[in-house]
Ligand binder design. Sequence first.
Ligand SMILES: Cc1cc2nc3c(=O)[nH]c(=O)nc-3n(C[C@H](O)[C@H](O)[C@H](O)COP(=O)(O)OP(=O)(O)OC[C@H]3O[C@@H](n4cnc5c(N)ncnc54)[C@H](O)[C@@H]3O)c2cc1C
Length: 368
Amino acid sequence: MTSVDLLIIGCGLAGSAIAWQAHRRGMSIAIADRNERQSCSMVAAGLVTPITGSRAAASWEWDLFFSESSQFYPWIEEQLQGRFWYREPATRVFLSEMERTQFEKKWFSKSSPGPTTPTALPMENASLSGIHAPWGGCSMSPAARLDTSAYLSKTREFFKNREAYYECDVDCDSIVDNGSQIQLASIGISAGALVLCQGVESRKNRWFSELPLHPARGDILTLEKPPHVQIERVLHHDVWVVPTIDGNLKIGATYDRHTLDGIVDNRPDVLSWKAELLRRWEGVFSGAIQNTVVLDHQAAVRPASYDRHPLIGRHLASSRVFCLNGLGSKGTLMAPALARILLSTILNGDALPPQLDWQRPLRKFKKT
Ligand SMILES: Cc1cc2nc3c(=O)[nH]c(=O)nc-3n(C[C@H](O)[C@H](O)[C@H](O)COP(=O)(O)OP(=O)(O)OC[C@H]3O[C@@H](n4cnc5c(N)ncnc54)[C@H](O)[C@@H]3O)c2cc1C
C-alpha cells in the first residue's frame, strides 16, 4: 500500500480546496473522483457575490471567506499557469422600488471600505442601456467568478501528474479505519486521515449518511450570445447572466427541492424550468429578444443545508474521518477557508467554530 497523510474522496470545489490547502502545507495526499461531466461543481457558474437576496444583505461571513478565496485562487493560477479566477464588479438590477430603497439605505451611503468590504454604487442609466431597469441598479464589488470546469480540470491534471489523483468510483463502505490508519484497498492507499467531499452523494454510504443536507436542484442554460446584446460582466436581474470565455452566455439558476437529480430530459418539471429561465431571460431586456439559441441545458443537485451554512467536521465514531460538505450555492466562495479551518482541526485538533460544525443542532432538520 502507498501511505499518504490524507485521503480525499471527491474532487469538486470541496475536495480540490482541501487537496490544495494540504499540498500547500507539504502534506502527501491521494484524491479520488469519478470524473462526472455534470457534477455540481462542474455545472456551477462559479459566482462570488458580496450582496445577495432581496434584503440586500452582505453574504454570510463575507470577510472571512472572501479574504481567503481572493488569495487562494490566484495562488493556484500561479501554480498551474492558468486563468480561471476573474475578479470584477457585478451589476445588480433592482426588481422593485423596495429593493432600490433597501440598497439606498444599506449601501449607498457607506464610505471608506476596506479592501474586501462589500460596496454597492448606484449605476448611471446609460450603463444599463438596453436592460429593463425601471428602478435602476448598482455595481457591486468586490465580486468574482471562477471558471469551475477549467479550475477543476487543471487541478485534477496537476495531482494526476504527481500520481496523487485516482479516477474511480470509490465504494466508500469498503474503506476501513483500523484504529491507526485509513485503508482503501481498491486503489492501494493507506492514510492518516480521510476527508469525504462527496456533495449530495455522501448520503449513500455509511460514513455521513446522517448529514443534515437539504439538497436543491439547479438548472442552467448556455445561450448563443445574440449579436446586438452587450453584456460584458456578470449581471444579476431576474436571472443572472454570465458572459463566458468562449463568447456565449450562461443564465441561471433555478432552485428545486423536489426533482433531486441532475438529469436533463423531457419530464414536465425539467421542461418547465427551462421555459422559466428563458422567460426570465427575455425580461432582462427593454426591447424584444428574438431567436434565442439554447446551446446547452445542464443541471445538478446542490449540497445545501437547512440553515444554509456549511457542514464540516469529524465523524461521530471514527476520529480520523472528516467531512467537508453543505456548500449549498456558495461553494466557490466558502471552500478555501473551510478547507483551511478543517485542516487545522485534522492536524492540530483545533475546535471548529460551532456554526460550521455539522453536529450543531438544527431546528428544522428533517431527512429528505
Ligand atoms: C445550477 C447551479 C449553479 C450554481 N452556481 C454557483 C455559483 O454561481 N457559485 C457558487 O459558488 N456555487 C454555485 N453552485 C453551487 C456549487 O456548485 C456547490 O456549492 C459546489 O459545487 C459543491 O461542491 P462539492 O465539492 O461539495 O460537491 P460536488 O461538486 O458534488 O463534488 C462531489 C464530487 O465527489 C465525487 N464523488 C462522489 N462520490 C464519489 C465516489 N463514491 N467515488 C468517487 N467520486 C465520488 C463526485 O463525482 C463529485 O466530483 C451552483 C450549483 C448549481 C447546481
